[in-house]
Design a protein around this ligand. Sequence first.
Ligand SMILES: C[S@@+](CC[C@H](N)C(=O)[O-])C[C@H]1O[C@@H](n2cnc3c(N)ncnc32)[C@H](O)[C@@H]1O
Length: 247
Amino acid sequence: METKEVIRNYWDYRSETYSTEIVEQSEEEWATWKNMLSSTVDRREHLEILDVGTGPGQLALMFAEMDHHVTAVDLSTRMLDKARKNALKKSLDINFIHGDAEDLQFPDMQFDVVSSKFLLWTLPDPQKALSEWKRVLKKDGMIIAIDGDWFNSGIFLKSIRAISDGIRSIKERNFHNLFNQHYNPIKNDLPLYSLKPDQVFRFFNDAGFENINIERTDYLCRSRKKVNLPDKLDYASPIYFIKAVKK
Ligand SMILES: C[S@@+](CC[C@H](N)C(=O)[O-])C[C@H]1O[C@@H](n2cnc3c(N)ncnc32)[C@H](O)[C@@H]1O
């Protein structure tokens, strides 16, 4: 099976449980994320925003709530179903499109911002993705990418992962097995599977982005109150907020 097909199958399956993360976010957490996003993008109104690997649509929903025009792409049709339901619940108008973040079906220079959250780690060709994101950005457009070093091989984080996997496999039967069944055979084909800031910088730099800024933002995820324990433990990993500009 092709790597992309494996990834799509996994996220189709995972959409059932992953989507609840969005629904369960408290108003306070929602506001913290939204403030962070609104203080990052420029102050103009009605920006054209593309959220890639949108999953259940968290970033897309937040940008739409800020009155921007949002298009959101995902490889998994089931995730998109969840995202559409989440948008409907909030009466938000978002253009959800089934597609591949590494091969976008949009004309050049259409968007002011391309955002992604927790996507870079699972891309087989992040360089191709970044050159696509750059292509569809307008001049002075910005990338906002949030991602973590989820599979850090340090002993401390490995132990934390073992605990969170243990809890998950009791709560969600097959969760751990299914993740491993899907990702173990392909993880060596994913260059940012264990994502490091200097490596991310190189990818963005090679793609020709400027003003590349990478900061740790673990606090954003750790502050979550209603999140379940395994997810909380996942957030022990370093999480980075990456910004870059197309000049
Ligand atoms: C970890 S989830 C993150 C979802 C969402 N951004 C969030 O943070 O809640 C990764 C998402 O990326 C999607 N995805 C994986 N590879 C993709 C690709 N090449 N193009 C578009 N979406 C992709 C998956 O289907 C899944 O919905």
